[in-house]
Design a protein around this ligand. Structure first.
Ligand code: PAF
Length: 282
């Protein structure tokens, strides 16, 4: 595995791969790798000649009161995991490589961001699309891989790629879960033992919501899920939303592709999860 740290090295590497007619698969991460990230690597390895993973905790996507400083980091462990999983190039830039000077433009994601995490974390997706625009320019991928746990992120990034005509394919990859259904996340390490036990209710509530939606409708389903989570966990529900996917617009008729998404704040960890499914016309 090659480790690159500068923007210049990354561009040179990508140009060379292009000359050799090799396809590049890109797995952008903020590190503290878990099986979810490694499933993205696996998919990239199966579809591309070269797999590049980046590890960069992007300050621009954290709000002033969010966990940028406390975001879990372990570069040594990440390097071992990346190597073992078959990553060809690990790109670990410092902030000055990604943002060498103050940005003279700002990017704003205008669609798919006024709901779910976009509503609770103002500016978050603007930071995500900014860093990904920079990373896409440096890595020049043919495909970029995103976990469906962050379904809103994948939908917004698809909008970025479409609007700015990035010549690449955005590939959403299914969420990897613990045995009890909890979605794998770097932030799970911040759950206390009790919270960790309670957290399986999130996926159970999503599955119940999916089954009950046709009978209970949106309001009834959200109410039922809220009661379920509140009665079995100390976490505070930030949102439970049921929307059309991938446009994240209100559901007018219960048909087509639907997402039920939630965010729950535990003492030190804010967890998100979702289920996406299709309802056939009655
Ligand atoms: O999902 C993440 O880890 C981050 O939002 C990403 C895509 C690496 C951008 O910083």
């Amino acid at each position: 595995m090659i480790i690159l740290t500068s923007a210049k090295q990354m561009i040179e590497f990508a140009r060379n791969e292009c000359k050799l007619d090799k396809t590049i698969g890109f797995v952008p991460t903020m590190g503290f790798l878990h099986e979810g990230h490694l499933s993205l690597v696996k998919r990239s390895l199966s579809e591309c000649d070269t797999t590049v993973m980046s590890i960069f905790v992007n300050p621009l996507q954290f709000g002033p009161n969010e966990d940028f400083d406390k975001y879990p980091r372990d570069l040594e462990r990440d390097t071992i995991l990346a190597r073992q999983s078959g990553v060809d190039v690990l790109f670990i830039p410092e902030a000055k490589e990604i943002y060498p000077s103050s940005l003279s433009i700002s990017m704003k994601a205008k669609q798919r961001t006024d709901v779910m995490c976009g509503a609770s974390r103002p500016g978050h997706f603007d930071g995500v699309i900014t860093v990904l625009t920079i990373l896409f320019h440096l890595v020049q991928p043919d495909r970029a891989y995103f976990g469906q746990k962050d379904a809103q992120q994948a939908a917004v990034v698809q909008g970025l790629a479409d609007s700015l005509m990035f010549p690449l394919e955005i590939v959403p990859v299914e969420t990897v879960r613990e045995e009890d259904g909890l979605a794998k996340s770097s932030r799970n390490v911040y759950l206390t033992d009790d919270e960790r036990n309670e957290a399986s209710i999130l996926y159970q509530a999503l599955m119940k919501g999916k089954i009950q939606l046709p009978a209970l409708g949106i309001e009834g389903t959200v109410k039922e899920m809220t009661e379920m989570i509140n009665s079995s966990s100390s976490g505070q529900i930030d949102y439970i939303e049921i929307l059309q996917f991938p446009d994240l617009t209100p559901v007018e008729k219960l048909r087509g592709k639907i997402i039920i998404a939630l965010a729950v704040q535990f003492e030190k960890a804010r967890l998100i999860d979702n289920v996406i499914f299709t309802l056939e016309e009655e």
